[in-house]
Design a protein around this ligand. Structure first.
Ligand code: 13P
Length: 217
């Protein structure tokens, strides 16, 4: 199949994440699951501001190179393991965003202090530390997403965060919501008071108001 359109989409999403500073320099990576089952993913260790759409690499679901001159992201297993674990997920964003990393270092999950964190299936948990780029990162992250089907993002201890979505725009928004939620939580903690999370009643009310009719049981 012709991958041009998908390479462009991954390129555009990555640059959008650079624009909002969720991704800086070459830290972080982006992928999309393709109709033929392969995956279009950002190349490894490239300054994204200097990347061109044709630098996006195509790998199969096991991370083997299908097309491209560049080396695929060293976190390719993180992306492919999540696709294997969650058939509803078609795009993955991994970011080294600062507020998410800060909370991960003290192993604090992100409670439901705002609607953004509710909409990513929070409270957003923190997975343990594993060396970036190792198979353990993908294995453990995929287990979190498999056991919590509503979960759309995860903090990765001393490393970053990973957000998933039904498409690239959704994964982009979920990454943004997670980071903005972490920033809000951080600011609230600065008051010295205990931030209040949304109550079960608040959540029920939000769901009744915003859930799409076809999602209602
Ligand atoms: P890549 O440059 O290989 O995608 O890896 C960067 C990164 O985010 C490591 O966690």
């Amino acid at each position: 199949m012709n991958y041009l359109e998908y390479k462009q989409q991954v390129y555009d999403t990555t640059l959008s994440l650079v624009d909002i500073q969720l991704i800086r320099l070459s830290a972080g990576n982006v992928s999309v699951r393709l109709p033929d089952g392969n995956v279009a993913i950002t190349p490894s260790a490239i300054l994204y501001r200097k990347m061109v759409p044709d630098d996006i690499v195509i790998v199969d679901i096991n991370g083997n190179l299908i097309e491209g001159d560049k080396k695929p992201s060293s976190e390719k297993a993180l992306h492919t393991d999540i696709y294997k674990a969650r058939p509803d997920v078609n795009a993955v964003v991994h970011a080294h965003s600062v507020y998410s990393i800060a909370f991960s270092t003290v192993e604090m999950e992100l409670p439901l202090v705002c609607v953004e964190l509710f909409s990513v299936g929070g409270p957003v948990p923190v997975m343990g530390y594993y060396c970036p780029g190792t198979p353990e990162v993908g294995k453990v992250a995929a287990e979190f997403f498999a056991t919590r089907p509503r979960l759309k993002s995860l903090l990765m201890k001393n490393h970053g965060m990973v957000a998933v979505g039904k498409d690239l725009d959704d994964a982009y928004q979920n990454a943004y919501k997670t980071e903005i939620g972490a920033e809000i939580y951080h600011l609230a903690l600065q008051t010295g008071k205990k931030p209040q999370a949304l109550t079960e009643e608040n959540i029920q009310e939000i769901m009744a108001r915003y859930q799409k009719p076809q999602e209602k049981k």
